[in-house]
Ligand binder design. Structure first.
Ligand SMILES: Nc1ncnc2c1ncn2[C@@H]1O[C@H](COP(=O)(O)OP(=O)(O)OP(=O)(O)O)[C@@H](O)[C@H]1O
Ligand SMILES: [Mg+2]
Length: 235
């Protein structure tokens, strides 16, 4: 099993934001995480990405234990992240941001090729390649954050609300990109408030509430749950 989260706990001082979460993301699958604001979704994702330390539990990527590793180490294992709020490097150009995404790689021709691929997929990034990322619109920054993560050529991709603020056209484009990545064997864990987007992509979902997994299952199991219908599908 490529990504395995076992009995994860995350604390911020006295607050236990994640209280014993177990999540499995099988090889080449998309797994979705749903939940209300403050449920602990981003905390789980950050613990996997290595941007925060977990208080207890284990995180495994293939056969390597990665909790306690920083992001610089996990990126070398092929783990890329689109963080919440998609922090781009505002003072750097679009192209510099993209090249930075590939910093852990040393296959120069592959990097150049991927850069062109990103410019084809996201034409606005090509148009703005010499512009500082901080001057991009919110939706353009969203595209840049996604493209930068793809420059890692990830085997594992963590997405925290990737389509927030994106137009319907770019959302559809990104939907297709995720399908393509999945078909190429990339393993994806995605936090998303857009229930339909995540239901249509995921083979399995976890619904978090107050630091715990409340419900988990395949999309059809989740959509048939009365709780999910009431809270998320407005039925
Ligand atoms: N750095 C921090 N310091 C203190 N408390 C934090 C910190 N980060 C998160 N929290 C708290 O931990 C809880 C879980 O936060 P988290 O960001 O994981 O939620 P979330 O499920 O991603 O929510 P949202 O859907 O709003 O993004 C919240 O109560 C939040 O206020
Ligand atoms: Mg969050």
């Amino acid at each position: 099993m490529p990504l395995l989260i076992k009995d994860l706990h995350v604390r911020y001082g006295a607050l236990e934001a994640v209280q014993g979460v177990n999540i499995t993301v099988p090889d080449g699958k998309v797994v979705g995480i749903l939940g209300a604001n403050g449920a602990g979704k981003s905390s789980v994702l950050k613990a996997v990405a290595g941007t925060i330390r977990s208080a207890a539990g284990e995180i495994w990527l293939d056969d390597k234990r990665i909790d306690g590793m920083g992001p610089h180490q996990s990126i070398k294992l092929g783990l890329a992240t689109v963080p919440e709020g998609r922090r781009v490097f505002a003072g750097m150009t679009v192209e510099e941001n993209l090249r930075l995404g590939a910093y852990s790689r040393n296959d120069k021709p592959g990097i150049e090729q991927d850069l062109q691929t990103m410019f084809e997929r996201f034409p606005i990034l090509k148009e703005r390649r010499k512009q500082h990322a901080g001057t991009l619109s919110g939706g353009e920054q969203g595209q840049l954050a996604i493209a930068r993560a793809l420059m890692v050529r990830p085997r594992f991709l963590l997405l925290d609300e990737p389509i927030q603020g994106l137009s319907p056209v770019i959302t559809d484009l990104f939907f297709d990109i995720i399908l393509k990545l999945r078909d190429e064997g990339v393993t994806i864990m995605m936090v998303e408030h857009n229930v339909h987007f995540v239901l249509n992509l995921s083979s399995y979902l976890y619904l978090m509430e107050q630091g715990k997994v409340r419900i988990e299952g395949e999309p059809k199991e989740l959509t048939s749950s009365e709780y999910v219908q009431m809270m998320y599908l407005g039925r």
